[in-house]
Design a protein around this ligand. Structure first.
Ligand code: DAH
Length: 341
């Protein structure tokens, strides 16, 4: 203590002390090292603080307080510098800790899935059951039972994916009509949405894999007006409450009569635009009155049972409703397109 007290009056010694302390502070490479230097040179047991306690005269007090004040500043500065070094080290490691975190995006249902579910909801609301059909069908289910012509080109291996000579990837959802009538006793009201397969080269309006929704109602005493009312309800739910529908005669092997449904254009409300080719009407797809031969093929008596059916393309519904010009967009998984819905 004596020697410290003696030193405390010696300017040169305190200059050396300050330099030693400063060197130790500046050499600290971590908060822990800095704290150790602070304790050693500025702490309660340090020579400096001990000397300050023994000070009796103003001059020594000012000298030692000056040293303490400058060293405290040095510690604070070193603390800031160490902080800076930490940021730089983090940046050098390739991690920029100043960048805000990335938002975690929520997934969403694909537009086609949304529309498929909307359709299911409409029909569930009308008391239909939703059928989950098989994508693999027998040739009999896909063609013969639906009374398609044995020589029809749609049966050829150029149009249809054959698994073997009796089995195909269904080319439409209509084989689900056959399965449903074999599995259930009428009255039967069912819709069956799902994938279909055809050997088509992909372009803006064709895809070898596409979605259809099949509808089949079998009951006693139902009429074409029931078909029209059902389709009207369906289109109003999807395209807006003020839509109208119309039927045009058509041909399908499994319906007699066969019709094609049109809906009033929801872009121009019937005034005429590019989407409806200036006609005010948009073609939606095929439907009809179940052919008596189809009933006979599934052992139902056509004198007892009547029914209607339709099959519409789901991609077409989505493209029309959302103004999408190219159906390949559905499969390309470009989130800039699909993320809009
Ligand atoms: N299966 C037909 C197709 O893929 C669409 C179709 C037309 C389904 C008339 C039906 C129907 O149920 O009655 O082109």
């Amino acid at each position: 203590m004596d020697s410290v007290a003696a030193m405390s009056l010696d300017d040169a010694n305190w200059t050396a002390y300050e330099a030693g302390a400063r060197a130790a502070i500046d050499a600290a490479l971590s908060d822990a090292e800095l704290d150790a230097a602070r304790v050693a040179w500025l702490g309660r047991k340090s020579e400096l603080v001990q000397a300050l306690r023994g000070v009796r005269d103003r001059e020594s007090g000012m000298l030692l307080n000056g040293v303490r004040g400058r060293l405290e500043t040095a510690v604070a500065e070193r603390e800031t510098a160490l902080q800076q070094l930490l940021w730089e080290a983090a940046a050098d490691s390739g991690v920029d800790v100043t960048i805000p975190g990335l938002p975690v995006e929520r997934g969403r249902l694909h537009l086609l899935t949304q529309i498929r579910r909307e359709i299911e909801d409409v029909f569930l609301g009308m008391g239909y059951e939703v059928w989950d059909g098989n994508e693999v069908a027998t040739v009999w289910e896909n063609f013969d039972a639906l009374t398609s012509d044995p020589g029809h080109p749609s049966r050829s291996i150029n149009d249809t994916f054959y698994i073997d000579s009796d089995t195909v990837l269904r080319t439409h959802t209509s084989p689900d009509q056959i399965r449903a009538m074999l599995a259930r006793t009428p009255p039967l009201y069912m819709v069956s949405p799902g994938r279909c397969y055809r050997r088509d080269t992909p372009d803006a309006t064709h895809s070898p894999i596409f979605l259809q929704v099949e509808c089949l109602a079998v009951d006693r005493g139902i009429t074409l007006a029931d078909l029209q009312g059902t389709v009207l309800q369906f289109f109003r739910a999807l395209f807006g409450e003020d839509r109208e529908v119309r039927m045009r005669t058509s041909f399908f092997p499994f319906t007699e009569p066969s019709v094609e449904f049109d809906v009033t254009c929801f872009i121009c409300s019937g005034r005429g635009c590019a989407t409806c080719k200036r006609s005010g009407w948009i073609e939606m797809g095929g439907a009809g009155w179940v052919d008596p031969d189809v009933f006979r093929n599934v052992d139902l008596d056509p004198d007892e049972w009547q029914g209607f059916a339709f099959g519409f393309g789901i991609e077409r519904i989505a493209m029309l409703r959302h103004g999408l010009p190219d159906l390949r967009a559905f499969w390309e998984n470009d989130l800039r397109v699909l993320g809009q819905f």
